[in-house]
Each structure stands twice: as C-alpha cells, then as structure tokens.
Design a protein around this ligand. Sequence first.
Ligand code: BGC
Length: 754
Amino acid sequence: MKKLFLLTVIMALWCCSDKTGEADNMKIFVDELMRKMTLEEKIGQLNLPTVGFDVTGPILSSDVEAKIKAGLVGGVFNTFTPTAVRKLQEIAVNETRLHIPLIFGYDVIHGHRTIFPIPLGISATWDTDLIEKVAVSVADEATADGLHWTFSPMVDIARDPRWGRVSEGAGEDPFLGSAIAKAMVKGYEQGDLSNPNTLMSCIKHFALYGAAEAGRDYNTVDMSKIRMYNEYLPPYKAAVDAGASSVMTSFNEVDGIPATGNKWLLNDLLRLQWGFEGFVVTDYTAIMEMENHGVGNSEQVTERSINAGVDMDMVSEYMLKYLPALVKSGKIPEKQIDSACRRILEAKYKLGLFSDPFRGLSEERADTHIMSDEKLDLCREAAEKSFVLLKNENQVLPLNKNQKIAFIGPLIKDQRNLIGNWSGAGDWKRAESIWSALVEKFGTAHFDYALGCNLIDDSCLMKKLNQNGGQLTIDPLSPQQLINQALQIARNADVIVAALGEPFGMSGEAASRSDISLPENQKTLLKALKNTGKPIVLLLMNGRPLCLQWENDNLDAILETWYPGTKAGEAIVNTIFGIANPSGKLSISFPRNVGQIPIYYNHKNTGRPMQEEQKYTSKYLDVSNDPLYPFGYGLSYSDFEYADLSLSDSILSENGRITASVTLTNKGAVEATETVQLYIRDLAGSITRPVKELKGFQQVSLQPGESKNVAFTIDTELLKFYNAALKYVCEPGDFHVFIGGNSATKAHVGFTLK
Ligand code: BGC
C-alpha cells in the first residue's frame, strides 16, 4: 500500500493541466514503474484471464488469485459488482510487489443491467445523438458496477444475415456504421477516461469478422484490398479517429494470415497508417487458435502475435507461458514486451487507476445509478425508436384499445427473450412482457391471449440452444391443440396480434443459420390464423434479417422489434396503440430468400446489369434481384412526400460545395419523424464504383401537413474513395444525387465535378 501511495504522490506531483504535459507525466510515471518491473511482471500485464461466468470458450486459467498475487495478471473479465471487483483489486494493490491495479472488462454490449435494444436494433434508429446518450448511460451504469472496460462497439460490416452476429453490429453500410461507431466511442469514453463514469471502449473485431464465408461463424475471410478499404474498414477507422482506447483482434484470417498474428493489419495499418495509440487485445483464445489455423506451434503463434502488435492475450495464457523463454532465447527482443506492457499501463493511467484503483466503486453509487428511472426511460425511448414498420396495409396499425384483440404467440408473455443475447448482467425477470404492459395500460377487458405455438418445436435445435442457457421449453399441449386454442380466440377477435420470431439464442455468437425464415411451427400457426380471414399484425423479435416473403404477402402489418430490452413491453404497447409512431429504418437489407445472400444496396453495377427482358444479364431465374425490404427502409403511421429534388449548382469545383435539397411533407394525420437519406453515385471512376452510396442522413419531425426543406452539403471530401493504389481520392466526372426515404429511391439529379 505504501508503494502505491508513493507512486500516487509521484504522479500527483507531475500533474498539470495541458494535454502534452499530461502525456509527459504519463510517460515519466510509466517509465519509473517499468524500471522496477521484472520481465515476468511485464509479461503478467499482458495476461487477461476470465474470472466469473459468461464465457464463450474454454476457461484455461486456474488459480487466478494466486497469479494476481504473483503479478501475473494485467486485467480480468467477467467479474463485476463493487464487492467482487474490490476483492480482486485489493489483492492486486495490497498483495503484489508493485501494487499495480487490474483492469476489469466485460461484454457490455447493449446495456449492462438496464438492457437496451440489441445493436442491430439500435442502429435502426439512425439517431446518433440517441446512440451516444445510450452509451453515456451504459457507461455510467457499468462503472457503477465496478467495470472499467467494455468489449464494444462491434463495428464489423455484415452483409450476410446467416451470420448470427449481425445482431451485434450496425448492419451493412460503412457510412452509417462509421457514424454509429463514433457515437458509441464518444459516449463510452467522453474524451476523458479519468472521469469515473466513463468506460474504456474496445473496437472489435479487427478486422473483417463480418465477412465470414457463407455466414458461418469464425469462418475464413478473403477480400480484395479495394473492398476492404472502401467498404469494410471505414467503421474501425472512424472509431479509432473518435479516440477508442483499445482494439480487439478478430478470429478470422485477413489476406491468409490470422488477424491475431497479422503485422500488416495490427501494425502497418492500425498503428502506422491510422495512428492508433491504444492497446490491442486478442479475442477469446485467439492466439491459441492460430495453431488450428495452421500457422505454427504454441511458441510460434505466440511469437507471431507479439510481433504483429498484440498487447494483451485474452484467456489463452500463451504469452504468460511462452514469452519468458522466447525473450531469454533472444527470439523476441525485450523491448517488444516493453511496448506492449507500456500500452497496458498507459491505459490504466488514463483510467486513473493509479490514483484510485477503486475508481467509482461505491455501493451507494451502484444502488442509485443502476437501473435508475432515467435509464429505464431512455431504454424505452431507444426501443420505440428502433422499431421498423415493415408493412401496414389498410392502416391496421395503430390499434384501438376498444377493438377486440387476440394476442397470440410465445413472445406475448415471454420475458427472457426480450433482452436478447449478450445481456449477461441483465436480469430478464425485470424485463417487461408485452402482456404485463398491456394489463398495466389498459386492463385486459378486450384482450384475449393464447400461446398458439412453442417458440420452436425442433428438439434437436432446442437441445443446442439450451446448452448455453437457452431456457426453451415445450408446452404439454400438442402443436395442434395450441393452434386450436389460438383459433378459438382469433375467430372472436377484430384483429390478431401475433408475437413471433427467433429465440434469442438463435442469433449472436456461434449462431449461424442456413435457413433464416421463421421456425416451421410458427409458420404453421400463421397459416392457420390467416384462414380465419381476420387482419393479422405480426410483431417480430429476431436478431437478424429474416426471409419474410410469405409473411409480407399474406399478413396485414409487420412490426420488426428486434430484441427491445428491459422496457420491451411498454415500448411495443405504446407503438402498436399509436402512442409512439415508428420511425426506425433498416440498417441491413432483408432478402427474399437465402439464395440472394449476400445482398446489399451498395453493390457494383456489373457489365451486364439486370434487365428483366434480356436473358444474358445479371439476375436469377427464380427470384428478383431486389431485397424484400431494402436498406434504409421503414414506414411510419404517417406518409411522407418527397418533392423538388434540386441542386444549387450542376458544377462542383475542387474546393467548392453545392447543396442538394428536397421538400419533405408529412401527408398523414399524425406527427412523425422521417430519416431523410442522401445517396450519391459516381458514374465513372478509375475503379468500378457502387450503384449508390449513403453519404448523409438527417432526421426531421413534422406535424401533419407540415413541409420542410431538407438540405445536404456536398463537397469533394464526400466523394472520396480508395483507388487501385489505395490512395484516398476524388475523381472528376459526373455524379447522381438521390434523396429519399430508403436506398431504393430512384429520383435523382446530377452534377459534374470539375
Ligand atoms: C467474442 C468477443 C467477446 C469475447 C469475450 C469472444 O468469443 O468473439 O466478441 O468480446 O468472447 O467474451
């Protein structure tokens, strides 16, 4: 303790306000500390074992407490609560030779105790201010529970909805993905990690994890540099530019070399080109997994990882085991270990852990900040704004509380699925079901309920999903008996509301699917309900785009609610009864069938673009090229009219700017918010260019009948891309400008860049 006190005093003495001064202070402090460290202690800082639950792989570290005492642990993850954190931190600062505090990390992915909509859901808000606010709130709650570091945001671009982890990201588009990545990093870190309610962020999974072949998790990735730079890397870079303090490597290979041992990726690109100054942690056992990738034995993969630029080893403990000998034999220079150790110590310094290892820890803070009314309110707001109205024929929505409504489906009374996956610290018992929110708001006078079907009936799949706490059960009634019960209440109703979807474990990590439609038994129920002739509203919960062709063709309304989080019930009830008006827009395309995958709006034109009447053009014989619901799509209870699309000039000069504008009118009867989207097409380039690219968006709220001029500034910065030499350039030529309510918008105007 005395030594810690001394270190603190040294640090305090050097404290001064300006940033360079602060960087100097940090350097002096870390130099001083590292001078006292043995090689083993330095390597210890690179070790990140898991202590607790929620693991996504084998637990390889034993005796963590003994290792902490021996100075062989830099941080731990999966431990939280003030009591648990204090216990381990006390060991680190009181019982080790140099009293160096630990970092505590956790997968705080979409909320900690208060669970917000899953990331794919929250990305559908397109509301970066809201997303930043959510990240601020999440950081406050997680730090009140003892955490310093979250393994978020996941910014992997994903265009293959078979991949279960599309649920954890912001969808298919680099522009939207970058805006969201930036908002999250800003919200978590707030530019100053010394503030005890900020949370260190971790950009993951670097890089290209979302491009796994065939959507199968952990699978091989192979991609051209042009695609990488223009389409997949921008969100990681945006997060680095926003000041993210750590980066996690991905499980996949990049250009034939696993990301965790890829020097080009971690050193040349991340550090040298992008100027990243934080530290790099591996994904769970990723160093060890390089042996399976086939790039060397245990020593060799450890060597590859440290040489590539990895600073911290999550779980595999290969650094702890193999680095000492690798240094002693001269295979790895000690200065390499020093650089990695320095980066970890710097992160601890920035977090203020050397001056207060118990940063922000207090039972009182935990009591008042965790699941506070304010956070729950924000949670409801975020959920409402994340819902995407996919269809609403004859304005069947919103419902009227005086209608006789049959609420049917396994998700009407369910609580567990509402908070989705990666919600380990969330208490699903505190999640509000649709039914309880209905009862609370209206009583049940006009509402009937029937289960209708199990979430899934497939016992094989159920076994897999229940392996990791899926909590799926089968009702004792037979499927037909369940359907009969549902039909009975459906026949007496004015309208049917069916709440269906994927059990939460069907998306997320290691949850790829080759068939992304609703489970068969749910489709059987819907078909039976359809035969009653009553209008049907489908409320969907799922962590990925689904194939919904039949549902789209046969049902009256479809509201995509993702997994909405702790306040699911109230948010859904508010929305279906028109207290809230849906404004969400898809951040990822919904295919018509699996055969269309990968499907994304910003594709290339090809030499033979699709022409229905021409045989030898790029298309399918059995399905159109278009998705069922395009990127950017989402309806409202109002209608919007776009008119007067125009440009302030038809020529853009090199340092000039022009304005693109449109008149937006709310033609409906209720106040509504629209996300107005700007897309640009570069008609000819030195390399082929996408048919359109999102380049701006704005949210506009309008009263019924109200109009507004919505304007976007276009300058050359917006037109830049990476050319064949990977130079970021804009090229003179002709461009088309589209402004509309989704990516399928056709109306455009043109300008020329001189
Ligand atoms: C996942 C990461 C996660 C880590 C720690 C891995 O399996 O890929 O996203 O942060 O586990 O839980």
